[in-house]
Design a protein around this ligand. Structure first.
Ligand SMILES: [Cu+2]
Length: 163
């Protein structure tokens, strides 16, 4: 007849453990940056490293920024003919397994800034709000860096200005 009491005690213990969090840490977001882009470019992209130090798997559900009309979570993918394209992440979120670091980087996952409302110049600080399924919301700041930090890409110098 006392089984429910034992269950209640166990449940309480489990809740206490969860509340204390053991040696689990927090969600850490580091190295948040974006590329320079002139106003003429409608869109921009942000990159960062997200380390899930919490005790549970989590998901990055969405992001928002006052500097952008719309923000989407994107991935790069190989289109037909060896052409890279990008699209919203298929599941609608970015999975963040506990204890792992997920890197949003050039040529991979990124936070897409659609319909920019301002120019992104070197040194600009762009506030971004990240929303996680478990960790809640987090304010981070993207530093705008030079395009030169992009990995080298084949280019045919298509910006010829004639002469
Ligand atoms: Cu994109």
């Amino acid at each position: 007849m006392k089984r429910w009491m034992i269950l209640a005690a166990l449940l309480t213990f489990a809740l206490l453990l969860a509340a204390c969090g053991g040696d689990a840490g927090e969600m850490e977001v580091a190295n948040v940056w974006g590329r320079t882009s002139p106003m003429a470019a409608a869109n921009g992209a942000f990159y960062m490293q997200i380390t899930n130090n919490t005790a549970d798997d989590d998901k990055l559900l969405s992001a928002s920024a006052a500097a952008c009309g719309t923000v989407e979570l994107h991935e790069m993918y190989m289109k037909e003919g060896d052409v890279m394209g990008m699209r919203p992440v298929p599941d609608g979120y970015i999975a963040l397994p506990k204890g792992e670091t997920v890197e949003l980087k050039v040529g991979g996952l990124h936070v897409m800034c659609i319909d920019k409302v301002q120019e992104f110049n070197i040194g600009d600080q762009i506030p971004i709000t990240l929303t996680f399924e478990n960790a809640g919301t987090m304010e981070v700041t993207a530093e705008i860096r030079d395009n030169a930090e992009m990995p080298s890409m084949d280019t045919d110098g298509g910006m010829n200005s004639g002469g």
